[in-house]
Design a protein around this ligand. Structure first.
Ligand code: ADP
Length: 277
């Protein structure tokens, strides 16, 4: 039997009234990896992550998380940790009170891990959460989600509110922490630089569709930059004098950077809204 995937979507569609946030998305991402979900604002990232947490229901199509429907039951809920976009915390409670509440609400709470993490990132247990900086609040929200010892951590734009230095620090710390937890993670950002630091899998979402997805090493190995469209490759995006193509290595091809690759798919999506990768 195959181990269940972290996320598996088939023709997943979500509409809000007449607005389509996700259209016929097919996606399979393996467990135990750090998956970066990138795309511009409005691409559908939050919608996908909220579907994965069972906060909203699909209009059509299916989605499974760790092999079961999202938030299928209490046991399944405990296997997924979610850090929502605005890293919500209770302003009038202290850091220590958040940890006590976490312990009370979660049967699998790892109190030692929560305390150690709070200590490592320099949070004062007596500090009221309302007085924390954006970066500290994000760290508290992450510690609370992680102390559940989930198999999958879902983070929706965890660094969105942070300044560039704080976001770099947060993402750097996140990479080591997720490895140490032995959990998988899906994190979204509208900035490739954020997730590129951390992820080994990439999903590019744009205009409600998955444009391309796969292990970063495979994506980099199968995409090339060339002066013209080489035979036997699929052109992802072409502009005068420059082509990004997908396919086997070609003689006049040069490696692409992850940024060039993502930009090629985003440009294609913008120019041909109905195309999927
Ligand atoms: P992202 O997280 O990539 O910025 P979202 O998933 O938040 O994208 O949004 C995708 C699209 O769905 C956008 O056009 C957005 O305006 C729309 N949308 C998201 N949530 C709602 C909602 N609750 N009601 C109506 N439209 C929504």
């Amino acid at each position: 039997m195959h181990p269940p995937l972290a996320l598996h979507a088939e023709r997943l569609t979500k509409r809000y009234g007449r607005r389509t946030a996700l259209a016929d998305c097919d996606l399979s991402v393996p467990r135990g990896h750090v998956i970066g979900l990138v795309g511009p604002n409005g691409a559908g990232k939050s919608t996908l992550l909220q579907l994965a947490c069972g906060l909203i229901a699909p209009t059509s199509g299916t989605l499974t998380v760790l092999g079961a429907p999202p938030a299928a039951d209490a046991a399944h809920l405990a296997r997924v940790g979610f850090v929502a976009q605005d890293t919500p915390v209770y302003a009038s409670l202290t850091v220590a009170e958040h940890l006590r509440m976490g312990a009370w609400l979660n049967p699998s709470w790892d109190a030692a891990l929560a305390r150690r993490r709070i200590d490592e990132v320099g949070l004062d247990p007596a500090q009221k959460a309302g007085r924390l900086s954006g970066g500290q609040r994000a760290q508290l929200a992450l510690a609370l989600a992680a102390a559940k010892r989930p198999e999958l951590l879902i983070l929706d734009e965890p660094a969105a509110a942070l300044d560039p230095l704080a976001r770099r620090e947060f993402m750097h710390g996140l990479a080591g922490f997720v490895r140490e937890l032995g959990a998988g993670a899906v994190l979204s950002s509208h900035l490739l630089g954020d997730v590129a630091q951390v992820c080994d899998h990439l999903v590019v979402l744009c205009a409600a569709r998955v444009q391309v997805a796969g292990p970063v090493t495979d994506l980099l190995a199968t995409h090339h930059r060339a002066a013209a469209a080489p035979a036997g490759t699929e052109v992802v995006w072409a502009e005068p004098g420059r082509v990004v193509a997908r396919g086997p290595a070609v003689r006049d091809g040069a490696p692409v950077t992850l940024e060039e690759l993502v930009l090629a798919y985003l440009s294609r999506a913008a120019a041909h809204p109905a195309v999927t990768g």
